[in-house]
Design a protein around this ligand. Structure first.
Ligand SMILES: Nc1ncnc2c1ncn2[C@@H]1O[C@H](COP(=O)(O)OP(=O)(O)OP(=O)(O)O)[C@@H](O)[C@H]1O
Ligand SMILES: [Mg+2]
Length: 107
């Protein structure tokens, strides 16, 4: 939900209508891979090659805790969360969740 709301927020200031795309697939390690992609203001790689995020001026009520909380939830389930810049406008946030670890743990 946080990734979707962030994507919608990132598209609010754009002149053209935005497009939010959510997809799920199984990645090469047989993990669930969820992608949340938008056509918003995007993110830029910083000097270390990692993605940095800009503050959205429209977000006055934001706590800025959404992504750290999202990451800690996903990592506590054995997954990973990361962001990349789209080749066109916008950003894509992806996370993985293991399929088999949960089954092993509950057995
Ligand atoms: N899809 C995105 N495109 C561009 N910038 C983004 C995107 N998602 C997040 N950001 C940037 O990262 C910041 C942090 O996001 P995060 O979800 O952690 O906090 P927030 O949305 O500002 O507040 P909260 O989620 O706590 O209400 C956002 O304010 C925004 O500047
Ligand atoms: Mg948020």
């Amino acid at each position: 939900m946080n990734l979707m709301l962030n994507a919608i927020e990132a598209m609010k200031e754009m002149a053209t209508p935005g497009k939010l795309t959510i997809s799920t697939q199984q990645d090469e390690n047989r993990q669930i891979l969820v992608s949340v992609s938008d056509t918003g203001i995007g993110i830029r790689p910083n000097r270390r090659g990692k993605s940095s995020i800009r503050s959205l001026p429209s977000k006055s009520k934001a706590t800025g805790m959404g992504l750290p909380i999202s990451r800690s939830i996903i990592e506590s389930h054995g997954g990973r969360l990361w962001a990349t810049s789209n080749s066109g406008p916008g950003a894509t946030f992806r996370f993985t969740l293991p399929v088999e670890a949960a089954a092993v743990q509950s057995a």
